[in-house]
Design a protein around this ligand. Sequence first.
Ligand SMILES: O=C(O)C1=C[C@@H](OP(=O)(O)O)[C@@H](O)[C@H](O)C1
Ligand SMILES: C=C(OP(=O)(O)O)C(=O)O
Length: 421
Amino acid sequence: MSVLPAALTIVPPNHALSGRVAPPGSKSITNRALLMAGLAVGTSQLSGALKSKDTALMAAALKQMGVGVDEPDETSFVVSGSGKLTAPDQALFLGNAGTAVRFLTAAAATIDGQVVIDGDEHMHRRPIAPLVAAIASLGIDINSATGCPPVVVNGRGNFGSGRIEIDAGLSSQYVSALLMAAPLGAGPIDVVLTGSDIGARGYIDLTLAGMRSFGALVEQVDAGRWRVEPTGYQATALAIEPDASAATYLWGAEALTGGNIDLGIKADAFTQPDALSQAFIAQFPNMPAVIDGSQMQDAVPTLAVLAAFNNNPVRFVNIANLRVKECDRVAALANELNRIRPGLAREDGDDLIVAADPGLSGQRLPTRIETYADHRIAMSFALAGLKIGEITILDPACTGKTYPGYWDMLSDLGVVLTPGQ
Ligand SMILES: O=C(O)C1=C[C@@H](OP(=O)(O)O)[C@@H](O)[C@H](O)C1
Ligand SMILES: C=C(OP(=O)(O)O)C(=O)O
């Protein structure tokens, strides 16, 4: 579909969804690799990469800071760096890409000069104050007037040294951001957590693995402390694995339709946290009564839509930070499930309770799903449209944040999509 309509209505397929689908490259790994390749000395070859809005914004921002970025084909980046970023002429505009905003805020603090980090109206509501405070504690001049982007940083050419404390309760991306900037320190840097809450720790593991691929020396001293040596980064060649969060929609489509989709990679081969959700999806329609979403947060929308068709209700716990993602996902999931059938979901504090109703399958329930400019709300509610007649997804183009080919992929699996009203 070259130009997407303003709304898409899904015709439930009357067959199991089966075939081969290669999910796009991992957003988390691509944006880490782009950044570290940009900070490295030499030319890095990234293959299997995601090409989407979030990675295009990261690549464009790096170019603004003197990095060479070529795109020889649909899944590769060739990135040339000098070991240092340079101050851009204009503000970095990063849309609603959390990884790009958080990672570049710390990286920009290594520059000698001023950088303004900005995003769209949604990003203007996503908190960044703990990261700004942590960078300021290194003696770097950095401010965000509202506690959310825009951020203005006036760096002095290195990241400093010593101990940085960070409260990562709102986002693990703050820790990843500090760790990835730390090899450009003036001396060793210890990154120390002040709280026990850090969201999905699997994202920190991805960061450490990426740093080591680019030649950094980083060691986890204990559960809440990492030590990074001031080595800088060296260019490398990196093959990026498929996106585990994207895979959840395919596992969900398989589970709902009794299909068999070959992703070309087994669930246990992923290194990204959302792959943990496959063990729950595999239990559908008997997913457990309580699911802790903390270690697979981006998979929660997928699991919540599946839960609507489960045999028993599901309570999702430890998902408070879903309220500060692209939208308030706890509220969005409850609102949109209730739009399909009143009473299907409710919020209980920060928990989400989905009241299972296997009888939804096969019904015709014309519903226009509001997507809040959130790719995951669009992609997960499309799964409801595989079982319920006349589910319409508003603003389907919002999937371009991480999965531009999502609707083509569904249509290649034999799902009929019609322009919605
Ligand atoms: O580090 C990463 O690549 C990510 C970390 C998570 O965010 P938080 O750390 O803000 O929870 C996740 O939701 C996001 O999509 C990607
Ligand atoms: C939370 C997400 O993205 P980010 O924080 O990178 O904007 C996501 O992709 O679900």
